[in-house]
Write a protein that binds this ligand. Structure first.
Ligand code: NVA
Length: 310
């Protein structure tokens, strides 16, 4: 059966562990193989702005021996000019995998339901699972390797209802982390995501905390993350979002609540003076550019894993 990666919980804990170990191997250049050697094309389609995601997928696909076929979603107009199903049936005859950044999760779910090749979520309104693989790799890189992930505490502060929060919840507990998210009332995660994360946590030994208190989330954490207060597609809400998030800014005082050697994560782009202060993102605990680099290693690992499955 064709496997897809649309949400963080599409990988079991054991499978996520395999992918992360493979990502570490790619990081350390112990292993260089070309499962796409041929070359075979992988489509990268984006309906939203992108820098890191396009760069890391295109570079990674080329490094795996494949050809990155970058498609501008504005030209393809998937679901408008042509149905999602028909587009998918054209794509899956020509490419080894489809990587899609789009809006509604229903769109990528529809593609996956038709596609005979793996479909990978390169960010939707609901999830950003490839980013979380990179974040887990970054925590592993700085804090004892993949095997040391279970039991570590990851705090996320800010817009706790966005794609990053959902993915931290699902992907974090899959790795056995204690995931604590804090955001203002009205910007807390959907209860169905929290329930799913709790279910996975019961299996892995991780845990889930959802709170409106940023200090409760960050206290004693091993990693502290935040994200923009205004995600792509929510630009019209920028004004109404400006005030409620102010107490959740990741500044030096909030970071001081975490472990002294905690790492700071941000998926980027970052808005200094909004969700994070310049001294924190540019400070000694920040690993955000390792995190950006790890997109490459994590996604190479994921694509290899998906395409080399028997
Ligand atoms: N939550 C952000 C992540 C950007 C990589 C967004 O969806 O715009």
């Amino acid at each position: 059966m064709t496997r897809h990666f649309l949400r963080d919980d599409d990988l079991t804990p054991a499978e996520q562990h395999e992918v992360l170990e493979l990502g570490m191997a790619f990081r350390e250049e112990r292993q260089f193989r070309q499962p796409l050697g041929g070359p075979r094309a992988v489509a990268f389609i984006t309906d939203k702005p992108t820098l890191r995601t396009q760069l890391s997928f295109a570079t990674g696909i080329a490094e795996l021996g494949g050809f990155p076929m970058v498609v501008d979603g504005n030209l393809a107009q998937i679901g408008e000019r042509e149905s999602i199903a028909d587009t998918t049936r054209v794509l899956d005859r020509q490419v080894a995998a489809i990587v899609w950044r789009t809006y509604g999760d229903d769109r990528i779910q529809e593609m996956a339901s038709v596609s005979r090749v793996p479909v990978v979520n390169a960010l939707t309104d609901g999830f950003h699972p490839c980013q979380i693989l990179a974040d887990l790799l970054t925590i592993a890189q700085h804090r004892g390797g993949v095997a040391a992930l279970p039991g570590q505490a990851l705090a996320y502060v800010g817009d706790a209802a966005n794609n990053m929060a959902n993915s931290y919840l699902l992907g974090g507990v899959t790795a056995g982390l204690h995931v604590r998210v804090a955001g203002p009332d009205g910007y807390l995660p959907d209860p169905t995501i929290v329930a799913r994360a709790q279910e996975i946590a019961a299996e892995t030994g991780g845990s889930v905390t959802v709170t409106t208190d940023p200090v409760e989330a960050v206290r004693g954490a091993d990693a502290v993350a935040t994200d923009t207060w205004v995600s792509m597609g929510a630009e019209a809400e920028a004004e109404e979002r400006a005030r409620p998030f102010v107490p959740y800014q990741l500044d030096a005082a909030l970071l001081a609540e975490a472990k002294p050697d905690a790492v700071v994560l941000h998926c980027l782009p970052a808005y200094r003076g909004k969700e994070i202060t310049a001294d924190v993102i540019d400070g000694p605990q920040s690993v955000v550019f390792d995190e950006a680099e790890n997109r490459l290693h994590a996604q190479k690992a994921l694509l290899s894993w998906l395409l080399e499955r028997p």
